[in-house]
Design a protein around this ligand. Sequence first.
Ligand code: SIN
Ligand code: MN
Length: 223
Amino acid sequence: MTGGVALAPGLIHHPGHLDAAAQAELGRELAGGLACAPFYTPRMPRTGRPFSVRMSNRGPLGWVSDADGYRYQLRHPETGAPWPEIPAVARAAWERLAADAPPPEACLVNLYAPGARMGLHQDRDEEDLDAPVLSLSLGAPALFRYGGTRRGDPTRSVRLEPGDALVIGGPSRLAFHGIDRILAEAADLLAEPAAPRPDFLPPGWRCNLTLRRVTRLGGTPAA
Ligand code: SIN
Ligand code: MN
């Protein structure tokens, strides 16, 4: 494991952190949870406009968005079932890359069809902002945009490949970030993937996991 590449203070890119076997195992673990936590379409607070990204969660707390706002909750908004466990491959990556933080409680799973994107935002619904957010990418590459902690700050972009990990912590914990676009070029579609694709991830689609600590240690979990 390398020390990673600092894109900004606290924003550390680990290219290829998950090898093909780990990506395949993570895909299998995610697929196994889809029966009780299917992907669904979240909606923007107030307007109720649908996201282009589909979402699911793993772990005790799931991040959801609907007309009532953003929050963490214990159950799937459509099935009412508790979220499945955080995949072991993802927990192991947290132990390697966020070793000083308490264990993750939330793992948001974003599914991007070609053409899906995510606007610039901060991850700030957590009580514990000392722990980093850990992002893991599978499937098609994507153009990840990041800036400073103020919305108007200048931004840059980096290509996130399958298997890449990104630690969003320290002075960058509240950095604005988003996904400009999925890079499903023809060459990527034709090439034999390094890791076998799970059924939920067709060629040209991308999946991203973000693991987070939500509560402070010793605190009470959010409802
Ligand atoms: C997110 O900010 O929730 C996802 C970022 C990504 O898809 O890489
Ligand atoms: Mn985010």
